[in-house]
Design a protein around this ligand. Structure first.
Ligand code: FEO
Ligand code: CA
Ligand code: CA
Length: 633
């Protein structure tokens, strides 16, 4: 406890933060010590042991708490078995219903989804987009709003007349419209939750929505284009993966694999390689895009607009309560393949944002604002002024946040943000097994990150990237199962420059392997899973883990079944399966209704004909409730 603890402004704001159901750090010393020690017991007795000098505590306390943990499961549900079929399963006593499917209209008069041909071009920017991902819940003026990402599109089903090939500007526009972000109002009646048609809050944000660029990189030459000589106004957002929520009630959407949207119409002359701007290789920008936009929309042709790709790969802040508001790209949070943005307050009220870069051998980041958050005070500059750090994990289970500054990187402040990956490589950060979502515990000062897998260790994904050696929080050579690393900021402060860490879980398969690939002690025949990806804490402090992995249910993955969602107890390490998705899907995105009686969960790219039984599978958000309308989380 610091001497000036009583002056912490963050404490003054707890009641107001509660209104937003916002994660925050409590200062319960006893709970923290118990949680940490027990969790370490679980890890240290597992397959991999690193020395730790940080877990000192009373033996009596550990024994008592462990005994308690063995007797009582914290989960108010009976875990379900792995499933391999084409629908969603939840535990006995719970039910799920559809909330929104790809193609569901937001306004009356918008053409309905066609079971065989999907969505028309005219309807494509007025419906629920494809491939739902991160989402957050907001309450405004008594209304329940959801902001939801639409990560990518499946061209084959959206362009059925061409077999999935973009053959015109209209084809490109349709694909562009079906991605990005939705803001919708939803309401519950006796039949369950549904979209409020014609709500003034319903809004689609897509590749062509006007945006502002702010922060230290705004206006830099590398962000200027012919259409925007100022380098401060851009169009659109893309590959919106995970999300985040600020204490002031805005939505953060994270641009992940933006690199795949750009290509060149220039052909090589005399077999000479096409000239490619600096940084393209490290960010994986290749000469051909996934959707062929560049052939019909010159903005995506880097031979004509070499700086346009620099205007993506950011975290974008959106005010869901104002449909006229302009989304803002916050350059201070760096440019990389952003997974999600987990916002939490430091002890003194500064804003801390944890950020993963989802690529083999890339890094985990943290932004710390210069100013403090004051409820009701100005917030616009909070995500513009601050320091970006990158994580270094030591093998002795300590770690540090390395500041990315002109002194440490020999790069200018704007270049550090535009070429963040290159800056991070200069300071000795730890390469990771694909950092996906970060989540923070609202009841303890600790953070978790899913390291989903790393099937190709030793292969550099992008030229100029770093090797990913085995070690630290990435302990297995062929990491097909993934793990969740957890860190405990020193001084119980998310702004701290140092931390201790452990692995909350190493996924594995003890029915197939007896070595490290069996997984950690809290993995057993009843909760097998692989490739943790989405993750969030509920208000009671349970961590919910969603998977995006191999659902073959064979060989190394036998007994794991379809992708799923599990509940984890951060104290005991217990993990239990709560939900399974239809085969072929990834489970991604979760948030809760304002009364915590509904959990909204995203089902992305189902492989079967779920949920309609028609020829087209439809990504959807479902609403899960307890049948007696009890609290969920
Ligand atoms: Fe869009 Fe890394 O998941
Ligand atoms: Ca993901
Ligand atoms: Ca994933």
């Amino acid at each position: 406890m610091t001497e000036n603890h009583h002056k912490d402004l963050s404490e003054l704001s707890f009641d107001e933060l509660d209104e937003h159901n916002f994660p925050r750090a409590e200062d319960n010393e006893f709970d923290r010590v118990v949680e940490r020690a027990i969790s370490r017991r679980g890890f240290l007795s597992g397959a991999l042991v690193f020395g730790s000098g940080a877990a000192a505590m009373g033996t009596g306390l550990l024994k008592a708490s462990t005994a308690l943990a063995q007797q009582i499961s914290r989960f108010a549900f009976t875990p379900i078995a792995a499933q391999t079929d084409g629908t969603v399963h939840v535990p006995e006593g719970y039910e799920w219903k559809l909330l929104a499917r790809w193609g569901d209209p937001y306004f009356t008069g918008v053409e309905a989804f066609d079971a065989e041909t999907g969505v028309t071009l005219e309807a494509s920017d007025k419906v629920f987009g494809e491939n739902t991902d991160g989402m957050e819940s907001f309450v405004y003026d008594g209304r329940q709003l959801l902001a939801i990402n639409h990560e990518y599109v499946n061209p084959k089903v959206n362009l059925p007349q061409t077999g999935g090939e973009t053959q015109s500007a209209e084809d490109a526009l349709k694909l562009q419209n079906l991605q990005g972000v939705s803001v919708i109002e939803v309401a519950e009646n006796e039949d369950g939750w549904s979209i409020v048609l014609d709500s003034p809050f319903n809004r689609r944000i897509h590749h062509n929505t006007p945006m502002a660029i702010s922060g230290p990189a705004a206006g830099h030459d590398l962000l200027k284009t012919e259409a925007d000589p100022s380098g401060t106004r851009s169009l659109g957002t893309m590959n919106n993966c995970g999300a985040g929520k600020t204490p002031w009630g805005t939505y953060l959407t994270c641009e992940e694999n933006f690199n795949t949207y750009f290509g060149t119409t220039e052909t090589s002359v005399d077999q000479k390689p096409i000239e490619r701007p600096f940084g393209y290789d490290r960010y994986g920008i290749s000469n051909e895009s996934r959707y062929g936009y560049e052939k019909f929309d010159p903005r995506f042709d880097f031979s004509k607009n070499p700086n346009e790709p620099h205007r993506f790969g950011w975290v974008v802040e959106i005010d869901p309560t104002d449909p006229e508001s302009t989304p803002v790209k916050r350059t201070a949070l760096g440019r990389f393949k952003h997974e999600n943005a987990e916002v939490v307050l430091a002890r003194d009220g500064r804003v801390v944002v944890y950020l993963g870069d989802d690529e083999r051998g890339e890094y985990l980041y943290k932004f710390v604002s210069n100013s403090i958050y004051v409820p009701g005070g100005p917030t616009d500059g909070l995500l513009d002024d601050g320091t970006l750090y990158v994580a270094k994990f030591n093998d002795d289970q300590t770690g540090e946040w390395l500041a990315l500054t002109p002194e440490t990187t020999e790069m200018s402040p704007a270049e550090i943000l535009i070429y963040t990956r290159l800056a991070a490589s200069k300071v000795g950060a730890t390469t990771m097994d694909r950092p996906e979502w970060v989540a923070t515990n609202p009841h303890a000062v600790e953070a978790y990150c899913c390291l989903t897998n790393n099937k190709n260790r030793g292969i550099k994904t992008n030229a100029g990237g770093d090797e990913t050696p085995v070690g630290g929080p990435n302990p297995r050579e062929a990491n097909k199962y993934g793990q969740i690393v957890r860190w405990f900021p020193r001084d119980h402060d998310h702004a701290s420059a140092t931390f201790d860490w452990d692995l909350y879980v190493m996924a594995g398969n003890p029915t197939v392997h007896k070595d490290a690939y069996a997984g950690s002690e809290n993995v057993n025949e009843g909760n097998l899973f692989n490739s943790p990806d989405g993750m969030a804490f509920d208000s009671s402090g349970i961590v919910w883990i969603q998977t995006d992995g191999d659902d073959s249910n064979e060989g190394d993955f036998a007994g794991m079944g379809n992708n799923q969602m599990l509940a984890g107890d951060p104290v005991t390490g217990e993990i239990a399966r709560f939900m399974t998705g239809p085969n072929g899907c990834e489970v991604t995105g979760l948030c809760w209704s304002a009364d915590n009686r509904t959990m909204f969960v995203g089902i992305q790219h189902p492989g079967s004909n779920w949920p309609d039984g028609g020829p087209l599978a439809r990504s959807s958000v479902i609403a899960i409730k307890h049948q007696d309308n009890g609290l969920i989380g």
